[in-house]
Write a protein that binds this ligand. Structure first.
Ligand code: AMP
Length: 219
């Protein structure tokens, strides 16, 4: 089964965590534009400095830059693999570009109240090396500060602070909600995960998503 999906949800809704688990359970690649930008920032090039101005303030990187990066990333993927896009598209203009590059079969939507997002993000930690997501309260690594998967060091994203989190949630609602309407109008099937508790195990959500994907009877 090859599936091309977009995972939507506010920052901190669990997108990265679910996508990474879906990656190991289904034959697909996860493309996170946020992760791609964080890699670019690490290199401290002129381009990195340009991107940094937006990312560190929680602002959207201009469409021309993001679209170019997406095109390049998709063109480098091995054929016969599905994809989950995480963090893209964030604008209708990006959705229109995406339509020309790949056929999206399903939208995975995480429905999470703001209070859970704020709690989760302020205790989120990420592996510097492989980007695996942890939470120092609900999804702890076996060894404090160290990634279970690769042994990399865990860090807190500079935009995971209360002030920037609020801005990112507002931005998500303002800019991403119209995209969700866009895909509803296009009659693309949705799988909606409703998350109401802080400690729902990711595996539980992921199993349900896989069950629903199977029901779509994709090739
Ligand atoms: P994320 O990890 O998805 O929350 O992304 C982190 C930051 O990267 C965002 O706050 C934006 O500054 C930038 N970014 C990621 N994806 C996009 C996108 N599709 N369009 C514009 N900016 C993006």
């Amino acid at each position: 089964m090859v599936v091309n999906a977009i995972i939507f949800g506010a920052p901190g809704s669990g997108k990265g965590t679910y996508a990474s688990r879906l990656k190991t359970k289904l034959r697909l690649e996860v493309i996170s534009t946020g992760d791609i930008f964080r890699e670019i920032l690490k290199k401290e090039t002129e381009f990195g400095k340009k991107v940094k101005q937006f990312v560190e303030k929680g602002l959207l990187v201009p469409d021309e830059i993001v679209n170019e990066i997406l095109r390049k990333t998709l063109s480098e993927l091995p054929s016969g693999k599905g994809i989950i896009l995480d963090g893209y598209p964030r604008t209708i203009a990006q959705a229109e570009i995406l339509k020309e590059i790949v056929k999206i079969e399903v939208i995975l939507l995480q429905n999470v109240p703001d209070w859970i997002i704020i709690e989760r993000l302020s205790s989120r930690r990420i592996c510097k090396n492989c980007n695996e997501v942890y939470n120092i309260r609900f999804l702890k690594p076996k060894i404090e500060g160290t990634c279970d998967k690769c042994g990399g060091q865990l860090y807190q994203r500079p935009d995971d602070t209360a002030e920037v989190i609020k801005k990112r949630i507002q931005l998500y609602q303002k800019m991403t909600s119209p995209i969700i309407d866009y895909y509803k109008e296009k009659k693309i099937p949705f799988i909606i995960s409703k998350i109401t508790a802080l400690d729902t195990p990711p595996e539980q959500i992921v199993e349900k998503i896989i069950e629903e994907i199977k029901k779509l009877n994709l090739a």
